[in-house]
Each structure stands twice: as structure tokens, then as C-alpha cells.
Design a protein around this ligand. Structure first.
Ligand SMILES: Nc1ncnc2c1ncn2[C@@H]1O[C@H](COP(=O)(O)OP(=O)(O)O)[C@@H](O)[C@H]1O
Ligand SMILES: [Mg+2]
Length: 326
């Protein structure tokens, strides 16, 4: 295998337990340079824990009990905190849903953008300042040198998210994880931030893991998609075939929640037959079967994630019947 074949991120058979519950159950995914992979699913499906595990940021209660995570070929799970903190903000970064809460309220935003350059690249404050202001301008912050001296409370939510993105990209990380980066923002700002991310992947060349519950965002931005339900990947593959012909009923139902051009949704997330059960009450076998219109006695056994097309896999005993599903 040549160096260019090594994925930026490769998660292989990852298992995360909390208490007695298997919260992330044998998840595998991989992502090449400059690609955008969306992880999509309703709240509580294990998207954030999968992402946090990459950066060594899991909550204390969570245990990784199996699998492997590689960043540019390097095995991350055996690394200690010192090595991981060297990677965070440098080789791999994460931005969260709540930009205002993620920023330090007592520190000027420009300093927060510079921080990674000083920490990881050893730049002086002066040298870092110029680069930080250039990156702030690049992510669409008008009058960046004046803004750099302001505190988070002086900026709007959308501007704070741009600051987070600038801080995340300042070291040109190989991997950017964006965990629902637009969920807390209003619709117009959401669209601007997504457009910005689309532009930046070309410039900076980072591979992006984009976590979302919104299939519309996936359609706009992603190359590949992993649909998660109950801690498992239930469908994965390139965006086009999955949108054209989903092979898992959950994916098909998620797609029906995208607004049409007329602004109407066929259904909302809440109307996919109830809510995601909590981890203690996930059923045996297929975890979606308690909400699935196709479920029958076969689904008491766990369906394997099986190939259904080129690079496209689905975990459903009835994947051939999904197309006919209304
Ligand atoms: N700190 C925690 N302690 C206990 N359970 C947790 C904790 N964080 C997450 N969980 C459980 O793990 C599941 C997956 O969480 P998460 O990865 O945050 O889901 P998502 O990002 O898809 O909404 C949730 O159902 C939640 O009950
Ligand atoms: Mg989450």
C-alpha cells in the first residue's frame, strides 16, 4: 500500500460501553484526505461518542472495549494524554454545536484563534497574530483585526462559530470533526457556515467528519454518509446511491424528513414512529425493529452490515423491500 492510500481517519470495529450498555457497537468507517463524511442519525444514536473517541475526549463513564482508531495510519488508542493533547488542535480538531459555550469568555477571540499556533507551532504572539487575523478574514469575519480584540459576548452566535472554525483550522489539521456545527444557529447563518465549510475543504484540504441529524445538510455537503441507529452503522456509502435508493428503512424515513422545495416536510424526525429508545431498552437483534414498518420475526437476529452496491452497505434483512416502502 502506498502512503497516499492510508486514510486520514480509519475507525475499525470500535466498541464503547457505558455502564452495562453497548453504546457504540462495532463501528467502522474510513475517510480520505479532502473528503467529507457525514455521520447522521437522531439524537442518542452514538454519533458524538464515536467522534469524541477519536480525540480522546470521551466522558469518564465511557470505556473503549474493542477496536482501533488510526489517524494517518497511527494507532491512537494506546496513546497517553500528552500525545493526544499534542494531536488535538493540531493534526485533528473538533468544533461543537454551541460555539459560545466552547469559547473562553475571558479571552479575546483573536487570542483563542492564535492559541494552537503558539502551543503546537511555537510561534510568538506577534507572528501568530498575523496568521490568526488572516484566517479570521478567510472564514468571513469582517474587519478581522478589530474583531480579534473583542470578547465572545461581543459577537453573534454565527460569528462565534466562525471563530471556532478559524481556531480549528489555524494549524491546517488533517482531520476536522464538526459535531452538529450549525444546529444552534438560525437558518440563514446555518447556510452560510455550511457554505464556508464547503469552500474550506478545498483550501485547507482537511478531511471532514460532519455530524448532523439533518439529511438536507448531508445532501448539500457530504461525499459519503454513515447512518447510525442505536450505536450501530445501519447504512453506509457514497451519498448519491444512498439518496437515490436507500437500502435501510431508517435511512428512507430520515430522507422523508428533508423539506421539499415548497418547504414542506413529508414527516418530521419525531414522526418516525416515536423516539429513539434509550440505551437500556434497545431491543435484541435489529435495534430499529421496534419502530420499523418492515420488521418481522427475522429481525430478532442482528442483520449484518452487508454489501448492497459498490461501496454501499446496509444492515437490514429486508433491504430488498425498502424501495417499495411508501
Ligand atoms: N456521559 C454519559 N453518561 C452516560 N451515558 C451517556 C453519556 N454520554 C452519552 N451517553 C449515552 O450514549 C448514547 C449516545 O450518545 P451520543 O453519542 O451523545 O449520541 P448522539 O451524538 O448521536 O446524539 C446516548 O443514548 C446516551 O444515553
Ligand atoms: Mg451528539
Amino acid at each position: 500500500m502506498s502512503v497516499t492510500d492510508v486514510p486520514v481517519l480509519a475507525i475499525d470495529d470500535l466498541v464503547i460501553d457505558i455502564g452495562g450498555n453497548r453504546i457504540v457497537d462495532h463501528v467502522s468507517l474510513s475517510l480520505g484526505s479532502g473528503r467529507i463524511l457525514a455521520i447522521v442519525g437522531e439524537s442518542g444514536c452514538g454519533k458524538s461518542l464515536t467522534a469524541l473517541s477519536v480525540l480522546g475526549l470521551l466522558p469518564k463513564a465511557a470505556r473503549i472495549t474493542g477496536g482501533e482508531i488510526r489517524l494517518n495510519g497511527r494507532d491512537l488508542l494506546p496513546l497517553g494524554e500528552a500525545a493526544l493533547s499534542d494531536i488535538r488542535g493540531n493534526e485533528a480538531t473538533i468544533i461543537f454545536q454551541e460555539p459560545v459555550a466552547s469559547l473562553n469568555p475571558l479571552m479575546r477571540v483573536g487570542e483563542q484563534v492564535e492559541e494552537a499556533l503558539r502551543l503546537h507551532r511555537g510561534l510568538s504572539a506577534n507572528a501568530a497574530r498575523g496568521e490568526a487575523i488572516a484566517m479570521m478574514a478567510r472564514v468571513g469575519i469582517p474587519d478581522a483585526s478589530r474583531r480579534a480584540r473583542q470578547y465572545p459576548f461581543e459577537l453573534s452566535g454565527g460569528m462565534c462559530q466562525r471563530i471556532m472554525i478559524a481556531a480549528a483550522l489555524i494549524c491546517r489539521p488533517a482531520l476536522l470533526i464538526a459535531d452538529e456545527p450549525t444546529t444552534a444557529l438560525d437558518v440563514t447563518i446555518q447556510a452560510q457556515i455550511l457554505e464556508l465549510m464547503r469552500d474550506l475543504r478545498g483550501d485547507v484540504g482537511s478531511a471532514i467528519v460532519l455530524i448532523t441529524h439533518d439529511m438536507g445538510v448531508v445532501a448539500d455537503l457530504a461525499d459519503d454518509v454513515c447512518v447510525m441507529y442505536g450505536g450501530r452503522i445501519v447504512e453506509s456509502g457514497p451519498v448519491e446511491p444512498i439518496f437515490a435508493a436507500p437500502r435501510h428503512p431508517y435511512t428512507k424515513l430520515l430522507l422523508a424528513t428533508i423539506p421539499t422545495l415548497q418547504g414542506q416536510r413529508k414527516m418530521t424526525l419525531r414522526t418516525i414512529e416515536g423516539m429513539v429508545p434509550s440505551a437500556e431498552s434497545w431491543p435484541d437483534g435489529c435495534r430499529f425493529r421496534t419502530r420499523c414498518p418492515l420488521a418481522d420475526e427475522a429481525c430478532v437476529a442482528t442483520p449484518p452490515l452487508a454489501d448492497v452496491g459498490p461501496g454501499h452497505a446496509a444492515a437490514c434483512w429486508h433491504s430488498a423491500d425498502v424501495e417499495a416502502l411508501a
